[in-house]
Design a protein around this ligand. Structure first.
Ligand code: NAP
Ligand code: G4F
Length: 347
Protein backbone atom coordinates (compact mmCIF):
# COMPACT_ATOMS: atom_id res chain seq x y z
CA UNK A 1 0.00 0.00 0.00
CA UNK A 2 1.57 3.31 -1.03
CA UNK A 3 0.22 6.75 -1.73
CA UNK A 4 1.53 8.87 -4.60
CA UNK A 5 1.63 12.25 -2.84
CA UNK A 6 2.92 12.42 0.74
CA UNK A 7 0.11 13.35 3.09
CA UNK A 8 -0.07 14.80 6.58
CA UNK A 9 -2.11 13.26 9.40
CA UNK A 10 -2.95 14.11 13.00
CA UNK A 11 -3.43 11.09 15.28
CA UNK A 12 -5.03 11.61 18.69
CA UNK A 13 -4.38 8.71 21.07
CA UNK A 14 -1.06 7.98 19.34
CA UNK A 15 0.42 6.59 22.59
CA UNK A 16 -2.34 3.94 22.76
CA UNK A 17 -2.40 0.47 21.22
CA UNK A 18 -4.09 1.50 17.95
CA UNK A 19 -2.29 4.83 17.73
CA UNK A 20 1.08 3.09 17.70
CA UNK A 21 0.13 0.65 14.90
CA UNK A 22 -1.55 3.40 12.90
CA UNK A 23 1.51 5.64 13.22
CA UNK A 24 3.65 2.78 11.87
CA UNK A 25 1.31 2.28 8.92
CA UNK A 26 1.16 5.99 8.06
CA UNK A 27 4.93 6.50 8.37
CA UNK A 28 5.50 3.43 6.16
CA UNK A 29 3.40 5.12 3.52
CA UNK A 30 5.39 8.33 3.68
CA UNK A 31 2.92 10.38 5.71
CA UNK A 32 4.08 13.19 7.94
CA UNK A 33 2.48 12.25 11.27
CA UNK A 34 1.57 14.59 14.12
CA UNK A 35 0.58 12.86 17.34
CA UNK A 36 -1.36 14.38 20.22
CA UNK A 37 -0.03 13.24 23.59
CA UNK A 38 -1.09 13.95 27.16
CA UNK A 39 1.34 15.43 29.59
CA UNK A 40 2.10 12.86 32.30
CA UNK A 41 4.47 12.92 35.26
CA UNK A 42 6.37 9.99 33.75
CA UNK A 43 7.05 8.95 30.16
CA UNK A 44 3.94 7.56 28.44
CA UNK A 45 5.32 7.05 24.93
CA UNK A 46 6.57 3.47 25.34
CA UNK A 47 4.48 2.14 22.43
CA UNK A 48 5.90 4.69 19.98
CA UNK A 49 9.45 5.07 21.26
CA UNK A 50 10.73 3.00 18.32
CA UNK A 51 9.22 5.60 15.95
CA UNK A 52 10.51 8.67 17.77
CA UNK A 53 12.71 11.08 15.84
CA UNK A 54 14.79 13.79 17.41
CA UNK A 55 13.10 17.05 16.34
CA UNK A 56 16.57 18.49 15.68
CA UNK A 57 17.10 16.02 12.83
CA UNK A 58 16.26 16.95 9.24
CA UNK A 59 13.21 15.58 7.47
CA UNK A 60 11.40 14.61 10.67
CA UNK A 61 8.27 12.60 9.86
CA UNK A 62 6.84 12.15 13.37
CA UNK A 63 6.14 15.12 15.62
CA UNK A 64 4.47 14.93 19.02
CA UNK A 65 2.36 17.75 20.44
CA UNK A 66 0.98 18.08 23.95
CA UNK A 67 -2.79 18.27 24.01
CA UNK A 68 -5.95 16.81 25.45
CA UNK A 69 -9.40 16.13 24.07
CA UNK A 70 -10.79 18.30 26.87
CA UNK A 71 -8.80 21.32 25.61
CA UNK A 72 -10.55 22.70 22.52
CA UNK A 73 -8.28 25.67 21.87
CA UNK A 74 -5.16 23.51 21.56
CA UNK A 75 -6.87 21.24 19.04
CA UNK A 76 -7.91 24.18 16.88
CA UNK A 77 -4.37 25.58 17.07
CA UNK A 78 -2.86 22.25 16.05
CA UNK A 79 -5.25 21.79 13.13
CA UNK A 80 -4.56 25.31 11.89
CA UNK A 81 -0.79 24.80 12.24
CA UNK A 82 -0.59 21.36 10.61
CA UNK A 83 -3.48 21.65 8.10
CA UNK A 84 -3.69 17.84 7.97
CA UNK A 85 -5.15 15.85 5.10
CA UNK A 86 -6.47 13.34 7.61
CA UNK A 87 -7.30 13.26 11.33
CA UNK A 88 -7.65 9.98 13.21
CA UNK A 89 -9.44 10.45 16.53
CA UNK A 90 -8.35 7.45 18.57
CA UNK A 91 -8.07 9.17 21.95
CA UNK A 92 -10.60 8.07 24.56
CA UNK A 93 -11.10 6.83 28.06
CA UNK A 94 -11.43 3.42 26.42
CA UNK A 95 -12.01 1.03 29.34
CA UNK A 96 -15.64 -0.07 29.67
CA UNK A 97 -15.41 -1.16 33.33
CA UNK A 98 -13.63 2.08 34.31
CA UNK A 99 -16.42 4.09 32.65
CA UNK A 100 -18.80 2.90 35.39
CA UNK A 101 -16.43 4.45 37.96
CA UNK A 102 -15.76 7.60 35.92
CA UNK A 103 -18.93 8.18 33.88
CA UNK A 104 -18.71 11.96 33.74
CA UNK A 105 -15.05 12.03 32.73
CA UNK A 106 -15.70 9.33 30.12
CA UNK A 107 -18.56 11.39 28.67
CA UNK A 108 -16.36 14.46 28.53
CA UNK A 109 -13.40 12.82 26.77
CA UNK A 110 -14.94 9.95 24.81
CA UNK A 111 -18.14 11.76 23.83
CA UNK A 112 -17.74 15.53 23.85
CA UNK A 113 -14.07 15.33 22.86
CA UNK A 114 -15.21 14.50 19.34
CA UNK A 115 -17.43 17.57 19.15
CA UNK A 116 -14.44 19.70 20.13
CA UNK A 117 -12.51 18.21 17.22
CA UNK A 118 -15.37 18.65 14.75
CA UNK A 119 -15.86 22.25 15.83
CA UNK A 120 -12.12 22.90 15.55
CA UNK A 121 -12.20 21.59 11.97
CA UNK A 122 -15.24 23.73 11.16
CA UNK A 123 -13.89 26.89 12.72
CA UNK A 124 -10.44 26.66 11.17
CA UNK A 125 -11.94 25.87 7.76
CA UNK A 126 -9.16 23.33 7.10
CA UNK A 127 -10.13 20.80 4.40
CA UNK A 128 -9.53 17.48 6.10
CA UNK A 129 -10.96 14.01 6.60
CA UNK A 130 -11.87 12.69 10.05
CA UNK A 131 -11.85 9.08 11.23
CA UNK A 132 -13.71 8.52 14.51
CA UNK A 133 -12.94 5.40 16.56
CA UNK A 134 -16.37 3.87 17.05
CA UNK A 135 -17.05 0.61 18.80
CA UNK A 136 -19.05 -2.61 18.75
CA UNK A 137 -20.05 -1.72 22.34
CA UNK A 138 -22.70 0.46 20.66
CA UNK A 139 -24.63 -2.74 19.87
CA UNK A 140 -24.90 -3.67 23.55
CA UNK A 141 -27.49 -6.42 23.91
CA UNK A 142 -28.63 -6.48 20.27
CA UNK A 143 -28.14 -10.14 19.31
CA UNK A 144 -25.27 -11.15 17.00
CA UNK A 145 -24.28 -10.98 14.24
CA UNK A 146 -24.11 -7.19 14.52
CA UNK A 147 -23.77 -5.24 11.26
CA UNK A 148 -24.51 -1.86 9.66
CA UNK A 149 -28.28 -2.09 10.25
CA UNK A 150 -28.21 -3.54 13.80
CA UNK A 151 -29.84 -1.39 16.48
CA UNK A 152 -27.57 0.43 18.94
CA UNK A 153 -28.39 -0.52 22.56
CA UNK A 154 -25.44 0.78 24.63
CA UNK A 155 -24.92 -0.76 28.07
CA UNK A 156 -22.21 1.35 29.72
CA UNK A 157 -21.29 5.01 30.16
CA UNK A 158 -18.46 4.31 27.70
CA UNK A 159 -20.84 2.98 25.06
CA UNK A 160 -23.27 5.85 25.65
CA UNK A 161 -20.44 8.36 25.17
CA UNK A 162 -19.36 6.60 21.96
CA UNK A 163 -22.97 6.62 20.77
CA UNK A 164 -23.09 10.39 21.18
CA UNK A 165 -19.81 10.66 19.27
CA UNK A 166 -21.15 8.39 16.55
CA UNK A 167 -24.26 10.44 15.88
CA UNK A 168 -22.50 13.77 16.07
CA UNK A 169 -19.98 12.61 13.42
CA UNK A 170 -22.80 11.47 11.12
CA UNK A 171 -24.61 14.74 11.86
CA UNK A 172 -21.62 16.94 10.91
CA UNK A 173 -21.09 14.87 7.75
CA UNK A 174 -24.66 15.45 6.70
CA UNK A 175 -25.07 19.00 7.96
CA UNK A 176 -21.73 20.50 6.95
CA UNK A 177 -20.63 18.20 4.15
CA UNK A 178 -17.56 17.06 6.09
CA UNK A 179 -15.67 13.90 5.18
CA UNK A 180 -16.15 12.41 8.66
CA UNK A 181 -16.65 8.68 9.25
CA UNK A 182 -17.16 6.20 12.07
CA UNK A 183 -15.35 2.88 12.09
CA UNK A 184 -17.46 0.57 14.26
CA UNK A 185 -14.67 -1.74 15.34
CA UNK A 186 -15.03 -4.96 17.27
CA UNK A 187 -12.39 -5.87 19.87
CA UNK A 188 -8.84 -5.86 18.59
CA UNK A 189 -5.80 -6.83 20.55
CA UNK A 190 -2.03 -7.22 20.29
CA UNK A 191 1.06 -7.48 22.47
CA UNK A 192 0.62 -3.70 22.93
CA UNK A 193 -2.87 -4.08 24.42
CA UNK A 194 -3.31 -2.38 27.79
CA UNK A 195 -2.72 -4.95 30.57
CA UNK A 196 -6.17 -4.51 32.16
CA UNK A 197 -8.12 -5.62 29.07
CA UNK A 198 -9.01 -9.29 29.33
CA UNK A 199 -6.86 -10.76 26.53
CA UNK A 200 -3.66 -9.13 27.73
CA UNK A 201 -4.55 -9.80 31.36
CA UNK A 202 -4.70 -13.51 30.53
CA UNK A 203 -1.62 -13.71 28.25
CA UNK A 204 0.40 -11.71 30.77
CA UNK A 205 -0.76 -14.03 33.56
CA UNK A 206 0.33 -17.08 31.56
CA UNK A 207 3.83 -15.61 31.30
CA UNK A 208 3.95 -14.57 34.96
CA UNK A 209 2.78 -18.01 36.11
CA UNK A 210 5.47 -19.67 33.98
CA UNK A 211 8.04 -17.20 35.36
CA UNK A 212 6.99 -18.15 38.91
CA UNK A 213 5.69 -14.66 39.75
CA UNK A 214 2.00 -15.58 40.14
CA UNK A 215 -0.03 -18.72 40.76
CA UNK A 216 -3.50 -17.71 39.57
CA UNK A 217 -5.31 -14.99 37.66
CA UNK A 218 -8.62 -13.52 38.88
CA UNK A 219 -11.22 -12.80 36.17
CA UNK A 220 -14.87 -11.75 35.96
CA UNK A 221 -17.51 -13.03 33.54
CA UNK A 222 -16.10 -16.12 31.77
CA UNK A 223 -19.18 -16.57 29.57
CA UNK A 224 -18.95 -13.30 27.65
CA UNK A 225 -18.26 -13.68 23.92
CA UNK A 226 -16.13 -11.32 21.90
CA UNK A 227 -15.06 -11.05 18.25
CA UNK A 228 -11.31 -10.57 18.66
CA UNK A 229 -8.94 -9.53 15.87
CA UNK A 230 -5.42 -8.11 15.61
CA UNK A 231 -5.01 -4.33 16.01
CA UNK A 232 -2.52 -4.25 13.11
CA UNK A 233 -5.28 -5.43 10.74
CA UNK A 234 -7.82 -2.99 12.17
CA UNK A 235 -5.74 0.19 11.73
CA UNK A 236 -5.50 -0.76 8.05
CA UNK A 237 -9.30 -0.59 7.92
CA UNK A 238 -9.21 2.90 9.49
CA UNK A 239 -6.83 4.11 6.80
CA UNK A 240 -8.83 2.47 4.00
CA UNK A 241 -11.99 4.22 5.18
CA UNK A 242 -10.37 7.62 4.69
CA UNK A 243 -9.13 6.76 1.17
CA UNK A 244 -12.62 6.22 -0.26
CA UNK A 245 -14.28 8.65 -2.66
CA UNK A 246 -17.39 8.90 -0.48
CA UNK A 247 -17.51 9.06 3.34
CA UNK A 248 -19.32 6.10 4.92
CA UNK A 249 -19.39 4.25 8.24
CA UNK A 250 -18.23 0.60 8.32
CA UNK A 251 -18.46 -2.29 10.77
CA UNK A 252 -15.08 -4.01 11.18
CA UNK A 253 -14.66 -7.45 12.76
CA UNK A 254 -13.74 -11.04 11.96
CA UNK A 255 -17.22 -12.59 12.13
CA UNK A 256 -15.95 -15.17 14.66
CA UNK A 257 -16.65 -15.08 18.40
CA UNK A 258 -14.98 -16.77 21.36
CA UNK A 259 -15.78 -16.86 25.06
CA UNK A 260 -13.38 -15.81 27.80
CA UNK A 261 -13.07 -19.55 28.55
CA UNK A 262 -11.90 -20.14 24.95
CA UNK A 263 -9.39 -17.35 25.39
CA UNK A 264 -8.04 -18.97 28.57
CA UNK A 265 -7.89 -22.40 26.91
CA UNK A 266 -5.93 -21.09 23.92
CA UNK A 267 -3.59 -18.88 25.98
CA UNK A 268 -2.70 -21.50 28.61
CA UNK A 269 -2.70 -24.17 25.89
CA UNK A 270 0.07 -22.26 24.10
CA UNK A 271 2.49 -23.30 26.88
CA UNK A 272 0.93 -26.75 27.30
CA UNK A 273 -1.17 -26.05 30.41
CA UNK A 274 -4.83 -26.71 31.17
CA UNK A 275 -6.38 -23.35 32.12
CA UNK A 276 -8.87 -24.30 34.86
CA UNK A 277 -6.41 -24.69 37.79
CA UNK A 278 -4.98 -21.22 37.16
CA UNK A 279 -8.16 -19.14 36.75
CA UNK A 280 -10.41 -17.95 39.60
CA UNK A 281 -13.56 -15.86 39.32
CA UNK A 282 -13.63 -12.68 41.37
CA UNK A 283 -17.00 -10.83 41.31
CA UNK A 284 -15.15 -7.53 41.60
CA UNK A 285 -14.53 -7.85 37.86
CA UNK A 286 -18.23 -8.21 37.05
CA UNK A 287 -19.75 -5.07 35.51
CA UNK A 288 -23.00 -3.46 36.71
CA UNK A 289 -24.34 -4.15 33.21
CA UNK A 290 -22.63 -6.58 30.83
CA UNK A 291 -22.49 -6.93 27.06
CA UNK A 292 -22.69 -10.70 26.70
CA UNK A 293 -22.27 -11.43 23.01
CA UNK A 294 -20.49 -9.53 20.27
CA UNK A 295 -19.87 -10.99 16.81
CA UNK A 296 -19.54 -8.88 13.70
CA UNK A 297 -21.23 -9.14 10.36
CA UNK A 298 -18.26 -7.76 8.40
CA UNK A 299 -19.74 -8.44 4.93
CA UNK A 300 -19.93 -4.75 3.92
CA UNK A 301 -16.32 -4.20 5.01
CA UNK A 302 -15.28 -7.29 3.02
CA UNK A 303 -17.24 -6.47 -0.12
CA UNK A 304 -17.33 -2.68 -0.31
CA UNK A 305 -14.19 -1.63 1.56
CA UNK A 306 -12.14 -4.61 0.44
CA UNK A 307 -10.92 -5.22 3.99
CA UNK A 308 -10.30 -8.65 5.52
CA UNK A 309 -8.43 -9.60 8.68
CA UNK A 310 -5.13 -11.40 8.16
CA UNK A 311 -4.60 -12.84 11.64
CA UNK A 312 -6.58 -15.70 13.19
CA UNK A 313 -7.63 -15.74 16.85
CA UNK A 314 -5.12 -18.52 17.62
CA UNK A 315 -2.28 -16.61 15.89
CA UNK A 316 -3.19 -13.45 17.80
CA UNK A 317 -3.15 -15.13 21.21
CA UNK A 318 0.06 -17.03 20.39
CA UNK A 319 1.77 -13.74 19.44
CA UNK A 320 0.59 -12.14 22.68
CA UNK A 321 1.67 -15.04 24.90
CA UNK A 322 5.07 -15.21 23.20
CA UNK A 323 5.61 -11.46 23.61
CA UNK A 324 4.69 -11.61 27.30
CA UNK A 325 7.07 -14.55 27.80
CA UNK A 326 9.83 -12.60 26.03
CA UNK A 327 9.36 -9.83 28.64
CA UNK A 328 10.61 -12.43 31.15
CA UNK A 329 13.43 -13.56 28.87
CA UNK A 330 11.64 -16.80 27.98
CA UNK A 331 11.14 -18.44 24.59
CA UNK A 332 8.05 -20.54 23.92
CA UNK A 333 10.17 -23.74 24.03
CA UNK A 334 11.63 -22.78 27.42
CA UNK A 335 8.12 -21.94 28.65
CA UNK A 336 6.80 -25.34 27.60
CA UNK A 337 9.63 -27.08 29.44
CA UNK A 338 8.97 -25.02 32.57
CA UNK A 339 5.22 -25.69 32.39
CA UNK A 340 5.80 -29.25 33.58
CA UNK A 341 7.19 -27.91 36.88
CA UNK A 342 4.57 -25.22 37.56
CA UNK A 343 2.81 -25.74 40.88
CA UNK A 344 -0.95 -25.42 41.17
CA UNK A 345 -2.16 -23.27 44.10
CA UNK A 346 -4.51 -24.93 46.61
CA UNK A 347 -8.16 -23.85 46.14
P1 NAP B 1 -5.98 2.79 24.39
O1 NAP B 1 -4.82 1.86 24.21
O2 NAP B 1 -6.66 2.89 25.69
O3 NAP B 1 -5.47 4.25 23.97
C1 NAP B 1 -6.24 5.40 24.24
C2 NAP B 1 -5.42 6.62 23.86
O4 NAP B 1 -6.18 7.79 24.19
C3 NAP B 1 -4.10 6.75 24.63
O5 NAP B 1 -3.13 7.30 23.76
C4 NAP B 1 -4.45 7.75 25.72
O6 NAP B 1 -3.33 8.47 26.22
C5 NAP B 1 -5.36 8.68 24.93
N1 NAP B 1 -6.20 9.53 25.77
C6 NAP B 1 -6.99 9.16 26.80
N2 NAP B 1 -7.62 10.22 27.31
C7 NAP B 1 -7.22 11.29 26.59
C8 NAP B 1 -7.49 12.68 26.63
N3 NAP B 1 -8.32 13.21 27.55
N4 NAP B 1 -6.91 13.50 25.72
C9 NAP B 1 -6.05 13.00 24.81
N5 NAP B 1 -5.72 11.70 24.74
C10 NAP B 1 -6.31 10.86 25.60
O7 NAP B 1 -7.11 2.47 23.30
P2 NAP B 1 -7.01 1.64 21.93
O8 NAP B 1 -7.30 0.21 22.23
O9 NAP B 1 -5.79 2.02 21.21
O10 NAP B 1 -8.29 2.19 21.18
C11 NAP B 1 -8.22 3.33 20.33
C12 NAP B 1 -9.62 3.91 20.16
O11 NAP B 1 -10.46 2.93 19.57
C13 NAP B 1 -10.31 4.34 21.44
O12 NAP B 1 -11.09 5.46 21.14
C14 NAP B 1 -11.21 3.16 21.79
O13 NAP B 1 -12.29 3.59 22.56
C15 NAP B 1 -11.60 2.71 20.40
N6 NAP B 1 -11.90 1.29 20.24
C16 NAP B 1 -11.00 0.35 20.63
C17 NAP B 1 -11.28 -0.98 20.40
C18 NAP B 1 -10.31 -2.05 20.80
O14 NAP B 1 -10.73 -3.24 20.86
N7 NAP B 1 -9.05 -1.75 21.04
C19 NAP B 1 -12.48 -1.36 19.77
C20 NAP B 1 -13.35 -0.37 19.37
C21 NAP B 1 -13.06 0.97 19.60
P3 NAP B 1 -2.39 7.85 27.39
O15 NAP B 1 -1.45 6.90 26.69
O16 NAP B 1 -1.73 9.05 27.93
O17 NAP B 1 -3.30 7.15 28.35
O1 G4F C 1 -11.22 -6.84 27.43
P1 G4F C 1 -12.41 -6.10 27.90
O2 G4F C 1 -12.23 -5.17 29.04
O3 G4F C 1 -13.00 -5.36 26.62
P2 G4F C 1 -14.44 -4.74 26.31
O4 G4F C 1 -15.21 -4.41 27.52
O5 G4F C 1 -15.10 -5.66 25.34
O6 G4F C 1 -14.06 -3.36 25.62
C1 G4F C 1 -13.03 -3.31 24.63
O7 G4F C 1 -13.60 -3.55 23.37
C2 G4F C 1 -14.57 -2.57 22.93
C3 G4F C 1 -15.06 -3.02 21.56
O8 G4F C 1 -16.07 -3.99 21.72
C4 G4F C 1 -13.87 -1.22 22.88
F1 G4F C 1 -14.75 -0.28 22.44
C5 G4F C 1 -13.35 -0.85 24.24
O9 G4F C 1 -12.63 0.39 24.14
C6 G4F C 1 -12.38 -1.93 24.71
O10 G4F C 1 -11.24 -1.90 23.87
O11 G4F C 1 -13.57 -7.12 28.29
C7 G4F C 1 -14.02 -8.12 27.39
C8 G4F C 1 -14.95 -9.07 28.13
C9 G4F C 1 -16.07 -8.38 28.92
O12 G4F C 1 -17.26 -9.08 28.72
C10 G4F C 1 -15.63 -8.51 30.37
O13 G4F C 1 -16.70 -8.56 31.31
O14 G4F C 1 -14.18 -9.78 29.09
C11 G4F C 1 -14.91 -9.84 30.30
N1 G4F C 1 -13.97 -10.04 31.41
C12 G4F C 1 -13.96 -11.14 32.22
N2 G4F C 1 -13.01 -11.00 33.16
C13 G4F C 1 -13.01 -9.19 31.81
C14 G4F C 1 -12.40 -9.80 32.92
N3 G4F C 1 -12.62 -7.99 31.32
C15 G4F C 1 -11.58 -7.37 31.97
N4 G4F C 1 -11.13 -6.18 31.48
N5 G4F C 1 -10.98 -7.93 33.08
C16 G4F C 1 -11.36 -9.13 33.60
O15 G4F C 1 -10.81 -9.60 34.59
Amino acid sequence: MTTDVPKTAIVTGITGQDGSYLAELLLDQGYEVHGLIRRASSFNTERIDHLYQDPHERDVKLTLHYGDLTDASQMARLIRQVAPDEIYNLAAQSHVAVSFDQPEYTGNVTGIGVVRLLEAIRETGVETRLYQAGTSELFGDSPPPQGPTTAFRPRSPYAAAKLYAHWVVDNYREGYGMFAVNGILFNHESPRRGPTFVTRKVTRAVARIIAGLEQVVYLGNLDAERDWGHARDYVRAMWMMLQRDEPRDFVIGTGEAHTIRDLCRVAFGRVGLEWEPFVRVDPRYFRPVEVERLRADPSAANDELGWRPQTTFEELIAEMVDADLADHGLTIDQARERAATVTVAAQ
